[in-house]
Design a binder for this molecule. Structure first.
Ligand code: CO
Length: 170
């Protein structure tokens, strides 16, 4: 009777994984750099700025402009087209309250020698830019001292039927 007793020594190798609780603190912490491009094109004054565009299709891109009462407004008119001012001239003319729009437009259209600003406009006009052609721009500064709705137009002949809008001071 052969008795083979096999003693199997089970060696349980316990590999103790050394728990490395090494907190990895990065040697170089990237500084949060906010590289904001500084646009130094801020207006010199603290004027309320308005941009108005006009084009070769005889249009303003905005027909309702809101401005604050009593604050200087710097309005820039841009002509995004290519046509010369002799054929597609634009300006921004802001009329005072109570001015007859049609009568003014007719008078201004005839005032070719004065860039379509009637020489005797006087208080009919609060402000106006010069007449510009394609690629040009013109800025005018003004202050509306009384709240209300004012009409603006381009006074180039035939344009005011389309190129007109409301400026609301509030
Ligand atoms: Co025009």
């Amino acid at each position: 009777m052969k008795k083979f007793v096999k003693h199997l020594a089970l060696l349980s190798i316990v590999i103790l994984a050394a728990s490395c609780n090494k907190k990895e603190t990065p040697a170089t912490t990237e500084p949060v750099t906010t590289e904001t491009e500084q646009t130094t094109t801020a207006p010199a004054s603290d004027a309320f700025t308005v941009e108005l565009e006009s084009n070769d299709a005889m249009q303003f891109n905005n027909t309702e402009i809101k401005v604050p009462v009593g604050k200087t407004v710097a309005l820039t008119l841009k002509h995004t087209g290519k046509m010369a001012k002799e054929v597609m001239g634009h300006n921004f003319v802001l009329l005072n309250k109570g001015v007859d729009f049609t009568a003014f437009a007719e008078k201004a259209a005839a005032a070719k020698d004065n860039n379509h600003i009637p020489a005797d406009a006087g208080k009919d006009i609060i402000a106006h830019t010069g007449l510009i052609g394609g690629g040009e721009s013109a800025t005018v500064e003004f202050t509306v001292t009384e709240a209300g709705t004012y009409a603006f137009l381009c006074s180039f002949p035939g344009h005011s039927a389309i190129m007109k809008g409301k400026l609301i001071a509030e």
